[in-house]
Design a binder for this molecule. Structure first.
Ligand code: ADP
Ligand code: MG
Length: 156
């Protein structure tokens, strides 16, 4: 299934992430695709807020991965951008199949590590502050989650 959203500013993108947060369970995987500056990290920072994580989410590009604890669920944020053409056997699977939810920017660089059951979010930069977000999943449970997020997002 596929759902379409439009965001008109950074706060709206964060709100969408915050609305997804309460539905997340351990081992959930969310892939984020879109150009640099699309809003992938911004979305994840909204998820962190929704999980009641106090730390600010910053781009993990130079660290490959950042972990956030102290919220309802551990949040693992991977940015695989710098793993292009590198050895990807660096233990990321422990987080992807771990005790928290895992959000992955540039998943195409770690394709073999990505489970079938996941949410895919494609963010497209339209205008200065306008983004379209397409959410996709083949998993029935996650499809129901996305329907609920859509309902909540459109509600206010
Ligand atoms: P990415 O992780 O995809 O490279 P970031 O989230 O780091 O992107 O950066 C997105 C940039 O775009 C931020 O500077 C943010 O303030 C800005 N921005 C403007 N409008 C939006 C929007 N509607 N949604 C998300 N970010 C937006
Ligand atoms: Mg980013």
């Amino acid at each position: 299934m596929e759902l379409f959203f439009e965001s008109h500013n950074k706060e709206e993108t964060k709100r969408l992430g915050a609305l997804l947060a309460p539905h997340l369970v351990p081992m959930d995987v969310v892939l984020l695709t879109g150009d640099l500056g699309a809003g992938k990290t911004t979305f994840v920072s909204g998820v962190a807020e929704g999980l009641d994580i106090k730390d600010n989410v910053i781009s993990p590009t130079f660290n490959i991965m950042k972990c956030y604890f102290g919220g309802r669920l551990p949040l693992y944020h991977i940015d695989a951008y710098r793993l292009e053409d590198q050895n990807i056997e660096i233990g990321l699977d422990e987080y992807i199949e771990g005790d928290g939810a895992c959000f992955i920017e540039w998943p195409k660089f770690i394709e073999p590590l990505i489970p079938d059951e996941r949410i895919e979010i494609e963010i497209n930069h339209k205008e200065e502050n306008t983004r379209t977000l397409i959410f996709k999943t083949d998993c029935p449970r996650l499809a129901r989650v996305l329907e609920e997020v859509k309902e909540a997002f459109d509600h206010d």
